[in-house]
Write a protein that binds this ligand. Sequence first.
Ligand SMILES: Nc1nc2c(ncn2[C@@H]2O[C@H](COP(=O)(O)OP(=O)(O)OP(=O)(O)O)[C@@H](O)[C@H]2O)c(=O)[nH]1
Length: 407
Amino acid sequence: MVAKMPPRLNQELATADQQPWYQLRLPPLLEKIYQQDTAAHRMRRYRLFGAIGIVVFMLYGLVDRFYLPDVYQRVWIWRWLWLPGFAALTIACSFWRPFQPYYEYSVVLASTAFVLGLTWFFSISHMPTAQHYYGGVMLCLVFMMFGLRIPFRLACLSCVVSLAYLGWVLCSLHFLDEAARSLIFILLVSCVLLGLLGLFQLQKEERRSYLLALELQRDHRQLQQGFKYLQQISTVDGLTGLFNRRYFDQQLHAFWERRLQQQEDIALLFVDVDYFKFYNDSQGHQMGDETLIKVAQVISRHASARQGCAARYGGEEFVLLLRGCNLSQTMALAEQIRSEVEALALPHPSSGCSTVVTISIGIALAHASINQQPDWLVSTADAAVYQAKRQGRNQVVAMHSCQPLAG
Ligand SMILES: Nc1nc2c(ncn2[C@@H]2O[C@H](COP(=O)(O)OP(=O)(O)OP(=O)(O)O)[C@@H](O)[C@H]2O)c(=O)[nH]1
């Protein structure tokens, strides 16, 4: 099966259903892929059925002396050596890579040789018992079509050649009257026609199943992509690319649970852009968006480095959830984020605390032993950022139960 479906293949897949009933081959690219994908399977079938066919053919040699008493000494070498040898050689060659592209032709050649060989056996006999060999010919033809399942076009060619030779042989058999000859010939023609019809149906069905499998694979891939997209838009903020509030809430609970199990501290940084309303008013909303993206990039970088979870909490507010950090490490990180945003030097002429865009950060730290709900972390970090704003903005404040912590 194809790993990724090229657009042309997709188009051909859509039109393949509308092919006329008598057309066996699929559209070009589909047919090529079908042949490639089924080559190994067909090769295995030819080998297995070929080996079984050889054994059965040789087995019938045991009755040659009863039905072809006048010529069985002439035919045994063909029955036991040349024809089986040729077929066995064909099977052996299938393991030789350079020969593999032509392997199908050699299978057809070998199976046709069996039909022609059998016909020749009873053509050289003068015994009326030889007429029973037409049954063997029919068996060979059926085996070729339903056992080996050779390609339909090659099967047609092989049948035409076989029927022509059979017709010629039947006409020259002295021990058969016209009625018997006609009956045998009609039986063989019917066997060929019904066999070819069945073979056509079989190969059509094989292609149809393959198409269905391809369609299923395509639909499955589309569903997976759709699911991935839905998953993404339900967890990621469209503007900044950070996680959204919903995802953050889930992660907060997950971090909280793990904190209890692994007895590790967790910290929450609440980041708020200073005087952002004024920034929007003076620089415009579009610039406001770009600034939010740049601030988010700074936070995201630090989140990735510490395997934290960074999210956009709302408007111009961001959160960064960290685990395994103590207070001084968290304060240092928050200070680094604050100074990196300041260093972006994004002009903010209407800011009340600086000439560039700045942020205020509130920190809440939950010790592994704390007996609170996860929301406590958010409300405490929120209170800390409020404190930072009151103290003049563009700074970091850490809090615990509404009391600023010593850094
Ligand atoms: N450009 C842009 N602006 C947004 C977006 N989301 C929210 N805002 C704006 O962010 C501003 C937030 O204003 P406030 O809540 O008053 O906060 P502030 O002006 O930063 O004041 P302080 O937080 O006290 O410094 C509002 O003007 C919102 O319109 C957004 O996605 N893009």
